[in-house]
Design a protein around this ligand. Structure first.
Ligand SMILES: Cc1ncc(COP(=O)(O)O)c(C=O)c1O
Length: 358
């Protein structure tokens, strides 16, 4: 049997994690973020386990088209709206909801009569300075949108947080205040919270929450946050041990000879590398589980392999299953060792990896 890295997707964990969202924000609708192939988990499968969500959030038209082709009837929201005016035809055809964040989008929408009113979310920039219109323009833009016969007049207001994953950051408090200052006198449904907002900033729950990472069982916080131990990891990335070598004291391992054996010892070679999405930046000492035993990674990550210190597990055998992250080894831990975030690891698993949805 071929040795492939495998990503096991625990689909019931997705359903469980969505329920956690609902437990934490019981009065909010849920827009489940399934952009970027459901954070790398395989959107075609994932959506079937998130049927309790009220809408799906996507970043590209093609992602929404895919879900409609799969027969998904749920509300689909393009969180960056249409990226060029021509996309409006498809927005209408696939019955998509759009976020407006730029004046050119407003103008394009006004100039493009549509057969039936579409749902619009107006994004307000409350301090992240990425997408959104300034708060002092919201009323004027809302009037223009409401004058447009092909826009559903029940426009929703949304914003996005820059630092909600830093629980001590004053920026989130300021962003919530800025948003409330705008929304207070407007009769509109609101949406502010990503996963970190849901978990750490209850004042931000509003009418709609927009969980992404937490649905997949990972915490957005660098440090553990109060609620996040109730999440179950949806992806477990595994491979196998393909070689065991005896390296003498002082012998170096891997490209660049960046690590030397401190004593005569066994080194295991695992069939996974950056060609599979394992992060090349992972440092010496990054934990790896060989048949459940922690064996630190040593030496550089190569395209197809990594090397691990087997001193802590003398029974290791070629063929043993190796876990890179997931059950028993949080992806957040690996992200820390690789100076990155769980988002990049989960979305970065490549097509060479065999996905098994359980
Ligand atoms: C507009 C918007 N809302 C919500 C999310 C979900 O964020 P998270 O994965 O941190 O929950 C994202 C993700 O980047 C986003 O772009």
């Amino acid at each position: 049997m071929a040795v492939n890295a495998r990503a096991y997707i625990d689909c019931d964990a997705l359903t469980h994690n969505l329920q956690q969202v609902k437990n934490i924000a019981p009065n909010s609708h849920v827009m489940a973020m399934v952009k970027s192939n459901a954070y790398g988990h395989g959107v075609d499968y994932v959506v079937d386990y998130l049927t309790n969500a009220d809408a799906f959030g996507l970043a590209r038209l093609g992602e929404a088209e895919r879900l409609r082709q799969l027969g998904i009837k749920k509300a689909l929201v393009l969180v960056e709206g249409f990226l060029e005016p021509e996309e409006l035809r498809a927005v209408e055809q696939y019955d998509l909801e759009i976020v407006i964040h730029q004046h050119w989008q407003l103008e394009a929408l006004k100039q493009q009569p549509l057969q039936k009113p579409i749902r619009v979310w107006l994004k307000v920039d409350t301090g992240m300075h990425r997408l959104g219109v300034p708060g002092n323009q919201v009323n004027d833009i809302l009037s223009e949108l409401k004058n447009c016969a092909w826009v559903n007049p029940k426009i929703r207001l949304m914003t996005h947080f820059a630092s909600a994953d830093e629980v001590d950051s004053p920026q989130t408090i300021q962003q919530i205040k800025n948003f409330n200052d705008v929304a207070r006198n407007i009769n509109a449904e609101t949406s502010l919270a990503n996963s970190a907002g849901i978990m750490a900033w209850p004042d931000s729950h509003g009418h709609w929450v927009r969980p992404g990472l937490m649905l997949y069982g990972a915490s957005p916080f660098i440090e553990q946050a109060p609620n996040d131990n109730s999440l179950l990891p949806a992806m477990t990335l595994t491979s196998r041990l393909i070689a065991i070598n005896h390296v003498p004291k002082g012998g170096s391992v891997g490209y660049g000879a960046t690590w030397q054996a401190p004593e005569d010892m066994a080194i295991g070679v695992v069939a996974i590398g950056y060609g599979d999405g394992y992060p090349r930046q992972a440092k010496n000492g990054t934990p790896v589980l060989v048949k459940g035993n922690v064996c630190p990674m040593v030496g550089r990550v190569s395209m197809d392999m990594i090397t691990v210190d087997l001193r802590g597990y003398s029974d290791a055998k070629i063929g043993d299953t190796v876990t890179l992250w997931g059950n028993g080894l949080p992806v957040e831990t690996i992200a820390r060792w690789a100076d990155t975030v769980p988002y990049t690891l989960l979305t970065g698993v490549t097509s060479r990896v065999e996905f098994l949805h359980l």
